[in-house]
Each structure stands twice: as structure tokens, then as C-alpha cells.
Design a protein around this ligand. Structure first.
Ligand SMILES: [Zn+2]
Length: 204
């Protein structure tokens, strides 16, 4: 998970003006239809179309969770994720700091889940630094992201639950990250932000 600097941009004006009304509307509509959702329009433009490029900018066009790059610009290649799911936290449905750009894979893994016992690590939090919370297990054929062994038990639990929640070691993800690292090492393209998983490549 890369660090995201949300303060690169100011809060979008459409949310500044409308978030409260849209949130109240959403909470009201959900009472009769649990699946109700609408991004609304602002000045004749769909709000998700306004927010997507801004959220992509603050994540440097990487998935905010797994770090895959580049997020495809077409429909289905990237979408806005509610860090705290709107089904469980409807009051945060239009909260600027709850919105992140994410790849379809991460959206599927997250779904409407949210850890019950801990507050997971948030990539735009001022307390979030990869090296503080995580390390990489370079054991052959592993390359898993694991909690930093120097942290206390509570912090290790937060790190591990975040890894589980976002599926950061799920399926072939560790292998895919390692393949990217090998390609990066052989390439003349040294700008780490032109690659997937910068947080992983930087430490490889
Ligand atoms: Zn992702």
C-alpha cells in the first residue's frame, strides 16, 4: 500500500457544496431500498466523473490499496471505493476522506467488509508509512507483506488485519509483485511511479 497525500489537492467543490444534502438523501432512500445508490450530478456532470481524475491524481494513477499501475481509464478499469463501506457507514458515503480510487480486484476483495476489531490502516493517514507498519518476507517463493516485527502486538494485529482485509497476499499477488520487481530491475525506466507496486519495488 503506497502512501497517499490527499493534501496535494483541495476538497472538490461539488462535495463541499452538496455532501451533506446527498448524504441525507442517501440515508433516507436506503430506508425503502437497501441497494439504493446515486452519485448525483453537479453542474450537469456526473460526480463520479468529477472525482475519478482527482482521486487518480492523488494516488499517482496507482490502485490506492494494491498499487497496481496504470489504472485503465475506461469504465471498469478503475472506480471509486468507499474505504469504510457505504452500506455500513452511510454517513460517510460522500465524505471526501473516505473515497479512494481502486482497481476492480481490490474492490471485489473488499466488498462490503470492514474489520470489526481494529481500525485498518488508511493510505492517506498521516500515521501511515509502509516501513513503520510492514516489511517484506523475502524468503524464497514468499515475498509476502508481513507486519513489521519491531512493532508491539496491537500494532502487529492492525497491520495483519489490514493485509487480510485488502487481500494483499491473496492468490498470485505476491508472485505478480515479484515479477514486476524483476522487470523493473532489468529496465532502463527507473522512475518507480511508472511501475506497479512502488512500495514493494523500493524495498526489493
Ligand atoms: Zn488494487
Amino acid at each position: 500500500m503506497n502512501k497517499i497525500r490527499r493534501n496535494k489537492v483541495i476538497k472538490p467543490d461539488c462535495l463541499e457544496r452538496n455532501a451533506e444534502a446527498w448524504t441525507n438523501h442517501y440515508i433516507k432512500q436506503r430506508k425503502s431500498n437497501n441497494n439504493y445508490w446515486n452519485w448525483h450530478t453537479d453542474n450537469y456532470e456526473r460526480v463520479e466523473r468529477i472525482l475519478t481524475p482527482i482521486l487518480s491524481n492523488i494516488s499517482n494513477f496507482h490502485c490506492s490499496y494494491c498499487g497496481i499501475y496504470p489504472l485503465k481509464q475506461n469504465v471498469g478499469g478503475r472506480s471509486i471505493d468507499h474505504f469504510k463501506p457505504k452500506s455500513e457507514f452511510p454517513e460517510l458515503a460522500f465524505e471526501w476522506t473516505n473515497l479512494f480510487i481502486a482497481c476492480p480486484d481490490c474492490q471485489n476483495i473488499k466488498g462490503n467488509n470492514y474489520p470489526l476489531e481494529i481500525e485498518p490502516l488508511k493510505p492517506d493517514s498521516c500515521h501511515y508509512h509502509f516501513d513503520y507498519w510492514f516489511e517484506i518476507d523475502w524468503t524464497i517463493n514468499k515475498n509476502y507483506i508481513i507486519p513489521n516485527k519491531d512493532r508491539n502486538d496491537t500494532e502487529k494485529k492492525i497491520a495483519q488485519e489490514t493485509i487480510n482485509w485488502l487481500g494483499l497476499n491473496k492468490g498470485d499477488r505476491p508472485d505478480v509483485r515479484y515479477d514486476e520487481l524483476e522487470k523493473y530491475k532489468d529496465s532502463s525506466v527507473t522512475d518507480i511511479w511508472r511501475w506497479s507496486y512502488p512500495y514493494f519495488l523500493e524495498r526489493g
